[in-house]
Design a protein around this ligand. Structure first.
Ligand SMILES: Cc1cc2nc3c(=O)[nH]c(=O)nc-3n(C[C@H](O)[C@H](O)[C@H](O)COP(=O)(O)O)c2cc1C
Length: 377
């Protein structure tokens, strides 16, 4: 029985559990050595290998933030086929998040709504977990760290700075998350002046730490932005020397046609209904930044065709979360096998060649130069 059909059989049992309990049990299984089935044929592996920000990725498919918030199971996830794992969001001090229930399965819609509100073990614990992992000499694999802020904090900038100082030595890339819908006031940081004021000290702090520019600094944005916000973010991102964007977080919109009885729950919607709006935003941000900033495309990916559509729209890398809940542990391998076949069919020898293929008038990020050399130059 393939792992996908096995999961189809197990899913009703898993779905009988509350979503957060099912998630905790999955983390426990991964901690105790379980790994999802991962290995790909050698020909697919060669086509999927990619280099972004001077970092080598075994493949362009990552696990999005929110699954391994406290860096408990990153290596098991890397062994399961993901090319990279983004841990977090991490808040400076531990905080419990919102009262339960706060995660809802919209099964008919292949979607989730969550209003977790940054439940986090805090920087000290996450730092210890990342140090332990590093000491165990893992095989490699890229680990991104997504930073949030405490709910009670009055100084968001200080929170992100604390996260950056504690975790930049342990992160292959850092993400400033200003787009979760469940922390009051957070998304207002996406406004032009607020964003510039937030990012400048972070950029400066990374440079101060010696060793060049430090890890690449990315910004994760919401899908619910006005045209003005989108243009402002592109401009500030380029002016502040950001290294990339993650597009997108969950949406507070409720697209017409949602069927589940949970559709009215407050929080951020992820999964299938987010695919179209997040991919449209990705294409727009790629155009607004002239294809000059690598973009991580996330939202509603559950097939190779969807991952490929994000890449063609301008994503150098792709992430998912909700697809895993509905399709199970065999999903990364299936997506990567399908993606390699699609690239081959269209005559692309590498992922990088296909990035932004839907915008033939724009050059892909890093074209005409080595992105690592550009970053350190
Ligand atoms: C339960 C849950 C928790 C999440 N927590 C975070 C988080 O802590 N930080 C963050 O930047 N994004 C978080 N996300 C958003 C995901 O990283 C991703 O951007 C979004 O779910 C869209 O991708 P998907 O449709 O593949 O799930 C969370 C999503 C879910 C479903």
């Amino acid at each position: 029985m393939s792992s996908l059909s096995l999961y189809a059989w197990l899913r009703p049992i898993i779905f009988a559990l509350a979503p957060e309990l099912a998630h905790r049990l999955t983390l426990l299984a991964l901690r105790s050595g379980a790994a999802f089935p991962g290995a790909l044929p050698a020909s697919a592996q060669a086509r999927l290998r990619t280099r972004v920000w001077g970092l080598d990725f075994a493949n362009p498919l990552g696990l999005a933030a929110g699954f391994d918030k406290d860096a408990e199971v990153a290596d098991a996830l890397l062994r399961s086929g993901f090319g990279f794992v983004e841990i977090g969001s991490v808040t400076p001090r531990p905080q419990p998040g919102n009262p339960r229930p706060r995660v809802f399965r919209l099964a008919e819609d292949r979607a989730l709504i969550n209003r977790l509100g940054f439940n986090s073990a805090g920087l000290a614990r996450v730092e210890a977990n990342l140090r332990r992992r590093r000491a165990a000499a893992p095989e490699g694999g890229v680990i991104g760290v997504n930073l949030g802020r405490n709910k009670e904090s009055t100084d968001a900038g200080a929170d992100y700075l604390a996260g950056l100082r504690a975790l930049s030595p342990l992160a292959d890339y850092l993400v400033i998350n200003v787009s979760s819908p469940n922390t009051p006031g957070l998304r207002a940081l996406q406004g032009r002046d607020q964003l510039a004021a937030l990012l400048a000290p972070l950029r400066a702090a990374l440079s101060e730490r010696g060793a060049g520019r430090g890890p690449p600094l990315l910004l994760k944005i919401a899908p619910d932005l006005t045209a003005e916000d989108r243009a402002d973010i592109a401009e500030v991102a380029l002016a502040q020397g950001l290294d990339g964007l993650i597009v997108s977080n969950t949406t507070i919109e409720r697209p017409a046609g949602l069927k589940s009885r949970f559709r009215g729950e407050a929080g951020g919607l992820s999964g299938a209904p987010l695919f179209a709006p997040s991919t449209a935003l990705l294409a727009e941000m790629y155009r607004l930044t002239g294809g000059r900033l690598p973009i991580v495309g996330v939202g509603g990916v559950a097939s190779g065709a969807e991952a490929y559509a994000k890449i063609r729209a301008g994503a150098s890398l792709v992430q998912l979360y909700t697809g895993l809940v509905y399709r199970g542990p065999g999903l990364p391998k299936r997506i990567l096998t399908e993606l390699a076949a699609l690239l081959r069919h269209d005559g692309f020898a590498t992922v990088a060649e296909a990035v932004g293929a839907d915008h033939p008038d724009l050059a892909p990020p890093g074209a005409g130069g080595d992105p690592a050399a550009e970053r350190s130059g």
